[in-house]
Design a protein around this ligand. Structure first.
Ligand code: ATP
Ligand code: MG
Length: 447
């Protein structure tokens, strides 16, 4: 396969000619005007500059890019001199953030792959400037390695990404076994992109992911947490967890959840293993997951192992103790996750509270009032978010949900602005949300 043969040595990338492919697929109006300004200004001062990475992939697929990244031949100091609104970040590899009113355009100097000579391929730093070609080759997947020249309106393809986009295939650039060992987080990225875009994973890429899945435990824990959260917010969380389970990485990343799925036969779920968990994940995918906090997203996953332990005890999960209260069980399960994923303790505590509250709410019959003190807890809005997700997942508890939503509204809504949820609605879209912090200042990995 030509696209694969010419990618086997990223360090010899200089020799490879790029395919320059004019495209009318990318509608100019979809490109961020500020990203265009950055590219144009760099060009005007004699540098090469392109849109790169996920935004090119998404534009080609006619999806809305989350953000726009620029790669350029200009060195960080040169970029800074050209843009008053530029801030350089990072100590080892300096990235330029060009700051606009409502966004940041990340602008990076072309980088090269790191030449690791030893047996251990894990990349610990990648702070080497390189050529345009080398920058394409150091990227993870062929569909993420495309450059777009928005002035000439053509794609520059060193890695065979256009062919893979057309065939809807996710494939490592270069030798899959090397690329996965260099950075095992790429296993999780592969799963997320395949799930979100509905692409199939090329067989050699998939074999490498399976073979080196244990290496995920060598990655920096905050990066793992970030990937789990990105999966849960991707709109394809159900498929991400399904793929993590099938390729065997789930027991390495979240053994608590893997155990829950492995125990499906004991719970009589042979026909639909992990049905309850997957129903919640589908409900997340269909709902406003961007608005949910990290603790709510993680609680949506952990709720199911907790319920399993409440019914069958700690032993099947290899935990010692006789805990039977949901919050306490969640605390036991979270111990490992705090270590493995560097989950901040305040988030772990919030997950416990959110999970414990689900069981309190489940005991309420329609018409019964929730205790006022519970409604006033600062974690109650998040508990209600998860409850609402559960209502969508199970189709139970709609009346109670509406009642709780009414009870927690701070002000009566104006009838036209916030209509009463209809009989089949979960009310999730109309509920007034309280502001709550997503992230605590100075905390790692986004809360
Ligand atoms: P998303 O839409 O989820 O942001 P993305 O492709 O833009 O997807 P980012 O994490 O924002 O993903 O990374 C931007 C680009 O940087 C990627 O498209 C890829 O080219 C490169 N990249 C990111 N992470 C890696 C990695 N671990 N190894 C190699 N290249 C990477
Ligand atoms: Mg991105």
């Amino acid at each position: 396969m030509s696209t694969v043969d010419r990618q086997t040595d990223p360090l010899a990338a200089e020799d490879v000619a790029a395919a320059v492919i004019p495209t009318r697929n990318i509608v100019a109006g979809r490109i961020d005007a500020d990203a265009m300004k950055v590219v144009r200004r760099l060009r005007r001062f004699g540098h090469s500059a392109y849109l790169v990475g996920g935004c090119v992939r998404d534009l080609m697929l006619r999806r809305r890019p989350k953000d726009f990244d620029v790669a350029t031949s200009a060195r960080p100091n040169e970029i800074r001199k050209l843009f008053r609104n530029c801030r350089l970040i990072g100590r080892r590899f300096r990235l330029a953030h060009i700051i606009f009113r409502d966004k940041v355009i990340e602008t990076a100097t072309f980088r090269a792959a790191v030449d690791n000579h030893g047996d251990d391929l894990l990349i610990r730093s990648d702070n080497v400037f390189g050529s345009e070609q080398q920058d394409a080759y150091r990227r993870d997947f062929t569909i993420n390695g495309l450059f777009y020249d928005p002035v000439e309106r053509h794609i520059i393809d060193y890695v065979g990404g256009m062919e893979d986009l057309a065939r809807r295939i996710l494939r490592f650039i270069g030798e899959p076994e090397v690329r996965v060992q260099e950075d095992p987080v790429r296993i999780l990225r592969a799963i997320r992109f395949a799930a979100r875009l509905g692409f199939s994973i090329e067989p050699a890429t998939y074999r490498a992911m399976q073979r080196y899945r244990q290496d995920v435990s060598r990655c920096a824990p905050p990066r793992l947490l970030e990937e789990v959260i990105r999966m849960l917010r991707s709109g394809a969380a159900q498929q991400c967890f399904q793929l993590m389970w099938e390729c065997g990485v789930l027991p390495v990343l979240l053994p608590e959840v893997a155990r829950f799925l492995a125990r499906s036969p004991e719970r009589g779920e042979e026909r639909e293993p992990g049905a309850g968990l997957f129903a919640y994940l589908r409900a997340l995918d269909a709902g406003e997951r961007e608005l949910l906090s990290n603790p709510v997203l993680l609680a949506a996953v952990l709720l199911h192992p907790v319920a399993d332990i409440m019914e069958h005890g700690c032993r099947p999960y290899g935990l010692s103790g006789r805990e039977s209260a949901p919050g306490e069980i969640a605390r036991l399960l979270l111990r490992g996750i705090i270590q493995r994923l560097s989950l901040p303790r305040w988030q772990a505590e919030r997950i416990q509270q959110v999970i414990a509250t689900q069981f309190r709410l489940r005991k309420l019959r329609p018409g019964m009032r929730a205790p006022r003190v519970l409604l006033r807890r600062n974690y109650f809005p998040e508990a209600l978010d998860l409850f609402s997700c559960g209502v969508r997942a199970t189709s139970h508890g709609r009346r109670l949900l509406r009642q709780l939503q009414r009870a927690t509204r701070q002000k009566p809504p104006a009838p036209a602005a916030v209509p009463e949820p209809g009989p089949t609605s979960t009310g999730a879209k109309t509920r007034r949300r309280r502001r709550r912090p997503r992230r605590r200042p100075g905390k790692q990995a986004g809360g």
